[in-house]
Design a protein around this ligand. Sequence first.
Ligand SMILES: [Mn+2]
Length: 330
Amino acid sequence: MEFKELERILHGPESFALFGHINPDGDAIGAMLALGRALKARGKSVAWFSLDGVPGFFEHMLLPGETFLDKHSAAPYDAHNPDAAVLLDCATPRRAGDEFAPIIKRAPVSVNIDHHVTNETFAAHNLILPAASSTCEILYEFMTACAWDITPDIAAALYLGVMYDTGRFIHGNTTPAVFRICSGLAARGADPAFIANGVYNNRSLASVRLLGYALNHMQTTADNRVAWAVIPRSVLLDLGATDIDTEGIVEALGRYSGCEAHMLFTEGPDGKSRASSRSTGRIKVNQVCQVFGGGGHDFAAGARNFMPLNELAEKFVAEVVSRLPARTET
Ligand SMILES: [Mn+2]
């Protein structure tokens, strides 16, 4: 779908429901805020749906009066009958959360805007650009191409998504376009220091203790090329942590020289075991995750299933090791 086609589709409906994904990251929250604010400025009514709410380290991005419907919301979801449902940063409709599926199904118009290469183009209208660093990058290009006004609040939300999905401009998706876009966003009023400090230096104490546990219990293969940590649910709860506190831990496990792939294994409240994996560039961890029912990007992917936690960890590590390329002589 071309940008102009998306603009035409967004022009018709009066009421919008915007969805990010479960365990929302900065790109999901940023994309919802940016598109929602832009639609409101165009006279539309907008409701934001985030099953797991808005993590505390994104709350500084919210304007007074901006609220999200989540799993704790009192109002029943079946009261919502939007003219259009827009899913952002969701490779599959289930990523929005099964609880929201009826709302999405009821909406006469469905739109899917995403940058995951595994996107299933499930909506009536799909704008999928896997070369984009983030869904927020796609929204920036869309708004710019269609001459939509990017206010400082919209710029801030878009900046959050691009910053977050590039890992603060260190992942392989940090292209010249990313710097061009972020320069444009800063010029339009996004405050990089305010946004970054709120996200990265404003964590819960429990999340820092949980990171300590993971680092202390990190395991590696004999050649140290693969690292991982397993956090049983009981440990997470004993530390007073919540699921969102696992955020950022898998990245920390891969910070040493010579690491090629790193994983974090946790257990969700639904009893499912979860694998979160990262690669420094030679192993495509999304292919490993697909073996276990998951997916994602080449070098950042995840999976969740009902295997016992330690069994998932053991089999996942074996699968990664089997894909290690021959070591290059240095
Ligand atoms: Mn994203």
